[in-house]
Structures are given as structure tokens and as C-alpha cells.
Design a protein around this ligand. Structure first.
Ligand SMILES: Nc1nc2c(ncn2[C@@H]2O[C@H](COP(=O)(O)OP(=O)(O)O)[C@@H](O)[C@H]2O)c(=O)[nH]1
Ligand SMILES: [Mg+2]
Length: 358
């Protein structure tokens, strides 16, 4: 999956990206904005995979991953360079991590005054909704033109209906993530990749000594339905350069229980409503990502399209049961080794083996 780290300029996006990826991208205060994203792949830590790997001793152990794209700042005043190409790329992300500047830096505030995190959020959201609105309006105009020329298919009419709802929603300052469309309408507008229709996580980037000062601000965001957290970006960047043991000591001092990688990957999973299922064997132990509520065929398709096409049954048992009873054989004796059909809803921690025939 691909998550975009976005926000106004100089909020600490690249600093957080470096902390996540142990990267060394420039975070020079005076550097002009780059035009391209930094890209890094981060493993989703999962103790269960470690345990399964101990049990099966496979040749390969594969964790789930998230690809983080750290984008240059957007939506700041009138930009000289056109943001269109950049925005087109950003829209491909499945989720957004919006970074707001909570740390104080007099110089930066002189160069790029941004206001409080709430003001930054409001500004960013206005721009985002405007961008979506323009996209919807352009398409509506085209549809109207088509009607005049006598092009009026049922498909276009569904699209128009969806776009009118969208326009209305945006004009009332609502992000599209809260708009409910029927499946037909949903399908008709999927290609637009509206910005505000994507899940978005909010991070207030602050100094390590005033993390707790942001509780009220976080509450404002969570009350709006957002997942919102504080993060001490620069501190985390420094931590990421230390050896594990040393980093652990600093983290304990700060009362931080998980590394920034673990926190951000888990928050992103939560944001997306993702769960993990596993495949195991002597060759490979592997974690797979799937949306909560997905069925066994969808899970099979994650592994390979042939498995979905030729799906017969899923052999299935639970990670927790395996740990409790110690072996697949013991699970079979206990009746905890199941055969499930196409409609089975996959649960977090399921270990699957797909029987198929193509
Ligand atoms: N004090 C402080 N400075 C930070 C923090 N995060 C980033 N900065 C500084 O802010 C400037 C811009 O950071 P950068 O990560 O390049 O921002 P970006 O433009 O959003 O990618 C750099 O000088 C960083 O050192 C932070 O948590 N605390
Ligand atoms: Mg940057």
C-alpha cells in the first residue's frame, strides 16, 4: 500500500520520513522545495510473524510493507511552479498523513508563517476541497456539453448525479470521505481519485518537551472524526540514527513504547481498516494485508489472481490457537482446523491455505 506524507512547506515531513526510513534526505531550512517525492518502503512490524517464523523455520520470512511517499509542500499561497503534476501523483496514494507544524522556530516562522496547527489544517482543507470542487465542476461542464450534442447515456447520467451530490457536499465544506454514494455512483466517479475522499491521518509535529501541550488540539481533530497524534519529528529522526539499545534507553526516558516505524505503520493500518492474514510453510512465512470485512476469495486474490479464479476452499486456522496448542496436528485433533468457503469473512490472525483449481 502507498501512503502519502503531505502538508504545507517546512512542517517536518521529510524529517519524519527520515525517522521512518532511517533516511538522510535533506531537511535544510533554506533549501528550495524539491519537485519530487522521496520514497521509502517500511516493514509493518508484527510479533506474530516472528513467532511463526520460529515455528516453521521457513527459507523466507516476509512482512507486510507500506510504501511512504514524502511529498514537497503543497497548497502554500500562490506557488510559482505548477502543482498540477505533483497533485496528480499525490492523488494516487491510498492514504494521507498530514503533517502540521507544532514546533516553534522563529526563523521558519519568518520565512514560512503558517499559524497554529488548527489554522494550518483549516487552510489545507479549504485548498483540498477547492481542488476537488474544480475537478467536479470541470467534468460537469463537459457532461453538459455532451448533452447538448445529444450524448446522454445512462452511465453518464449516473455519473452526473454523483457529481452533483459531490459538488453540493464540497460547497458545504465537507470532505468527501463523509459522503455516502450508492455502489453505482461510487463506481462512476472512482477514476477521479478525489483528494478529500481518501482516509487522512493528522500528525502534529512538535518538540519532545511539549508533546502534552497539544491534547486540546488533538481533541478538536478527533471530534471531527480524524485519527490525530503528536510526534516529535526531529527527536525521532535523531533516535533513528542510534543503535537499537541506545534508542531504547532514550525512548524509555520519554515514555515512548514503540519506535516511530511501529507507531506510524500501526496507525496507518488502523486508518485504513486493514487486518493481516498469514500464509505459512517451509518455504515462506508471510503476512498479507486485507481490508476488514473482506472474504476468502478476496484474500486468495491478494496472493495470486489464479487462486481467486480457481478458488475451491480455504483451509484455515487461527494464529492464537496455533500458539496455544503448538502444532497444526494438535489443532486438527481439537477440531480447530477448518475448511471455509468463498463467503467466509477473513479475520485478523487467520492462517490460510487456498485450495484451488484452474
Ligand atoms: N525544532 C524542530 N524542528 C523541526 C522539527 N521537524 C522539522 N524541523 C525543522 O524544520 C525544517 C524543515 O523540516 P523538513 O523536514 O525539511 O520539512 P518539510 O518541508 O515539511 O519536509 C528543518 O530545519 C528541520 O530541522 C521538530 O520536530 N522540531
Ligand atoms: Mg520535505
Amino acid at each position: 500500500m502507498k501512503a502519502g506524507i503531505i502538508g504545507l512547506p517546512k512542517t517536518g515531513k521529510t524529517t519524519i520520513f527520515n525517522a521512518l526510513t532511517r533516511g538522510e534526505q535533506s531537511t535544510d531550512k533554506y533549501a528550495p522545495p524539491s519537485l519530487e517525492a522521496n520514497i521509502g518502503v517500511v516493514q509493518v512490524a508484527d510479533e506474530r510473524i516472528d513467532k511463526l517464523s520460529e515455528l516453521y523455520k521457513p527459507k523466507k520470512t516476509i512482512y507486510a510493507t507500506i510504501e511512504f511517499h514524502d511529498y514537497p509542500g503543497i497548497f502554500y499561497k500562490e506557488s510559482e511552479v505548477s502543482e498540477n503534476a505533483l497533485l496528480a501523483d499525490i492523488k494516487n496514494a491510498e492514504a494521507f498523513i498530514l503533517v502540521l507544524r507544532g514546533f516553534r522556530d522563529e526563523e521558519l516562522e519568518g520565512l514560512f508563517p503558517l499559524g497554529t496547527p488548527i489554522e494550518q489544517f483549516q487552510h489545507f482543507q479549504e485548498e483540498m476541497l477547492l481542488y476537488d470542487l474544480i475537478m467536479a465542476e470541470k467534468r460537469l461542464e463537459k457532461i453538459e456539453l455532451g448533452y447538448k450534442r445529444g450524448v446522454k447515456t445512462p452511465a453518464v447520467q449516473i455519473e452526473e448525479k454523483a457529481l452533483l451530490k459531490i459538488r453540493d457536499f464540497l460547497q458545504n465544506n465537507n470532505p468527501l470521505i463523509n459522503l455516502e454514494l450508492n455502489p453505482e455512483e461510487e463506481k462512476a466517479i472512482r477514476g477521479f481519485q478525489f483528494f478529500s475522499a481518501k482516509p487522512m491521518l493528522i500528525l502534529i509535529n512538535c518538540n519532545e518537551d511539549n508533546i502534552n501541550a497539544w491534547d486540546e488540539t488533538l481533541k478538536t481533530f478527533t471530534e471531527k472524526g480524524y485519527y490525530a497524534y503528536t510526534i516529535a519529528g526531529k527527536f525521532e529522526e535523531e533516535l533513528s540514527k542510534l543503535e537499537n539499545e541506545e534508542a531504547q534507553m532514550f525512548m524509555e526516558d520519554m515514555g515512548i513504547s514503540e519506535s516511530i516505524r511501529d507507531r506510524l505503520t500501526h496507525w496507518t493500518y488502523q486508518l485504513m481498516g486493514y487486518i493481516s492474514f498469514f500464509t505459512v510453510g517451509p518455504d515462506e512465512v508471510r503476512a498479507w494485508t486485507i481490508e476488514k470485512g473482506a472474504n476468502a476469495v478476496t484474500a486468495a486474490g491478494k496472493i495470486h489472481s489464479d487462486l481467486a479464479r480457481g478458488f475451491i476452499r480455504a483451509e484455515c486456522f487461527q494464529y492464537d490457537d496455533l500458539i496455544t496448542y503448538g502444532s497444526e496436528k494438535a489443532l486438527k485433533e481439537k477440531g480447530l482446523f477448518r475448511l471455509e468457503g468463498k463467503d467466509y469473512i477473513v479475520k485478523d490472525g487467520d492462517i490460510l491455505s487456498i485450495r484451488f483449481n484452474v
